[in-house]
Design a protein around this ligand. Structure first.
Ligand code: HEC
Length: 189
């Protein structure tokens, strides 16, 4: 009886530890996303203001990936941006990410605010390795329409097509889900 009780206490405790762990990973993921979002927004604004949208597209072409990789590597977590309609093929969604993005679209339709739509899960792969996975929706703001809206200026459209012949990331409206940040962190146990 005593052993049973001890076991129950132990399992309750280890579950608690597990929940705490997940919270820590979630916090770590959110910090990385905030850092990336702020970094991208700041660079985009500066280049747009100083050099205009064509230079900004050329800048995004290289810098967005570099900034994402730098933050990802410095924190040893997997971090990227994705969407159901991508401009950059490297950002294409995995099937899990597609499911989550479709679920985000449903939640938006049901009235949830895009600013707070997110999803987390603990996932175990075929090699029995566990990961914390997290996605957070990215809303479309006014500034985004210059390059992701329905009325992209012809000379800008031409440059985007040159860089991204298979571009699908246009036709968005303010308040749409432009895509999502996605995070994967290996669990240490
Ligand atoms: C100056 C043009 C420009 C503006 C303005 C712009 N983007 Fe982009 N965006 C790009 C380019 C170019 C890419 C592809 C390169 C990359 O970032 O990987 C891209 C890619 C993305 C991606 C990654 C998924 C994909 O389609 O490849 C997301 C998410 C995104 N943009 C969101 C936004 C949001 C949100 C805003 C407004 C805050 C915004 N963008 C404003 C040019 C722009």
């Amino acid at each position: 009886m005593f052993i049973l009780r001890l076991l129950i206490v132990f399992f309750a405790w280890s579950n608690l530890l597990y929940a705490d762990d997940t919270l820590a990973y979630e916090e770590e993921g959110k910090v990385a996303i905030k850092e990336l979002a702020m970094s991208l927004k700041k660079s985009l604004k500066t280049v747009l203001k100083e050099s205009g949208p064509i230079a900004a597209v050329e800048y995004c072409n290289i810098a967005a990936v570099d900034i994402t990789d730098r933050i990802s590597n410095s924190k040893s977590i997997f971090l990227k941006r994705t969407s159901l309609k991508v401009r950059n093929k490297d950002n294409v969604a995995t099937s899990w990410e597609k499911d989550v993005l479709n679920n985000f679209e449903n939640r938006k339709r049901l009235g949830e605010s895009v600013n707070s739509i997110d999803y987390k899960e603990v996932y175990t792969d075929n090699n029995n390795k566990s990961f914390f996975r997290y996605m957070k929706a990215i809303p479309t703001g006014k500034v985004c329409l210059t390059c992701h809206g329905s009325n992209i200026k012809p000379n800008l459209r031409t440059r985007i097509n040159e860089l991204y012949p298979e571009d699908k990331a246009y036709g968005f409206e303010i308040g749409d889900i432009r895509g999502a940040f996605t995070i994967q962190i290996p669990l240490s146990n």
